[in-house]
Design a protein around this ligand. Structure first.
Ligand SMILES: C[S@@+](CC[C@H](N)C(=O)[O-])C[C@H]1O[C@@H](n2cnc3c(N)ncnc32)[C@H](O)[C@@H]1O
Length: 201
């Protein structure tokens, strides 16, 4: 899909075709590695990576034996994901869609959020919160990496903690105690991504 629309003014598919993808680390996110190492994914069976692009975490979840869904607007990105999965004999469900409009038949255990919320228009944030809440079963986890950015505009659009506290209210989400761990993004001027696991009530 290479069309843009009012919902998604960025032509993401063309970005993948042109390889103008500065958000791509090319390796597993260090927060993913830390969460995996700590066992945070152990009791999560069905996980979605929304706006997965070509990120290697999808394949890494499949390698852990998870039932994983990769979703993206970009057919080019999903074709790359399929090639990576096939190359390692792994499987994932791939959905090419505006994923905010999608709902699963059976609620999921986990969502891995990496540079997706910061990529969509802030106008869609309420819709994002409604969607991710609907995707998860009670007790389901949102593994979030909230992009910190002071400059206006985007993408990426900044996801300051205060705004995230409002977007994911206490009556719908349980917030962990303590300060979130910042992970600088080396290809985005070391902008920090705050790693937080929210639990759906
Ligand atoms: C900044 S990229 C991040 C890709 C990937 N998460 C990563 O870390 O490499 C944002 C991704 O979200 C996808 N995207 C944007 N809006 C979307 C939507 N409404 N539904 C599904 N995917 C969307 C884009 O096609 C793109 O792959």
């Amino acid at each position: 899909m290479s069309e843009t629309s009012e919902r998604t003014p960025m032509d993401w598919d063309q970005r993948f075709k042109d390889n103008t993808t500065p958000w791509e680390r090319g390796v597993l996110h260090p927060a993913f590695l830390d969460w995996r190492e700590s066992g945070a994914f152990d009791d999560r069976e069905r996980i979605i990576v929304p706006g997965c692009g070509r990120s290697p975490e999808l394949k890494a979840f499949a390698a852990l034996g998870k039932q994983v869904i990769g979703a993206d607007l970009s057919g080019t990105a999903l074709a790359a994901q399929k090639a990576m999965l096939d190359g390692d004999g792994l499987q994932a469900e791939l959905i090419e869609a505006d994923i905010l409009l999608w709902r699963p038949d059976t609620p999921l255990d986990g969502i891995y959020e990496q540079t997706f919320l910061c990529a969509i228009s802030p106008r869609l944030r309420q819709e994002y919160e409604q969607a991710v809440h609907a995707w998860l079963k009670p007790g389901g986890k949102l593994f979030a990496l909230f992009m910190q950015k002071n400059e206006p505009g985007g993408p990426p659009y900044g996801c300051p903690l205060e705004a995230m506290r409002e977007l994911f209210p206490d009556d719908r989400w349980e917030w962990p105690d303590g300060d979130p761990v910042p992970y600088p993004h080396p290809l985005l001027d070391d902008k920090a991504e705050l790693a937080i696991i929210l639990t759906r009530r």
